[in-house]
Write a protein of this length. Structure first.
Ligand code: THU
Length: 144
């Protein structure tokens, strides 16, 4: 285990504690690593109207981008029903979150870390989770 991924997994597990999920009772945490080594965390934030719900991964991305970050290496994700104990089953990101990752990362190198506990995780490249994904390059060309 790379030390930084262990730290990222721990940060995601901690962020999960902040989950606001009174409707699904499914708590998700994420920790996003910038190329410079900073970590931005996020949790899922639900809403009584349901559709405004924001996933943990997007919370982390939007926090980071809103503070000027645009270059990312990896994201750790952990999700499980409230009351579940470690180790959790893996929680792969939803399609909307995969698309948000596509906007701000290189799918060939960006790693998605699916966390079971701080010592057990699986990694995927974004290109494996979103093959042939549509991104900024398709609109503007690779040199834009
Ligand atoms: N959720 C996330 O936060 N991330 C995912 O990748 C999957 C789903 C949240 C949304 C909702 O609050 C709850 O989990 C159940 O879908």
């Amino acid at each position: 285990m790379k030390d930084i991924y262990k730290e990222l997994a721990g940060a995601a597990i901690g962020a999960r504690e902040m989950s606001y999920s009174p409707y699904s009772h499914f708590k998700v945490g994420a920790a996003l690593l910038t190329k410079e080594g900073r970590i931005y965390t996020g949790c899922n934030i639900e809403n009584a109207a349901y559709t405004p719900t924001n996933c943990a991964e997007r919370t982390a991305f939007f926090k980071a981008v809103s503070e000027g970050e645009k270059h990312f290496r990896a994201i750790a994700i952990v999700g499980a029903a409230a009351g579940a104990g470690l180790p959790f089953d893996i929680c792969p990101p939803c399609g909307v979150c995969r698309q948000v990752m596509m906007e701000f990362t290189n799918p060939e190198t960006f790693e998605v870390i699916l966390v079971r506990d701080a010592d057990h995780y699986q990694t995927r490249l974004l290109k494996e989770l979103l093959p042939d994904g549509f991104g900024p390059d398709h609109l503007f060309g690779e040199d834009a």
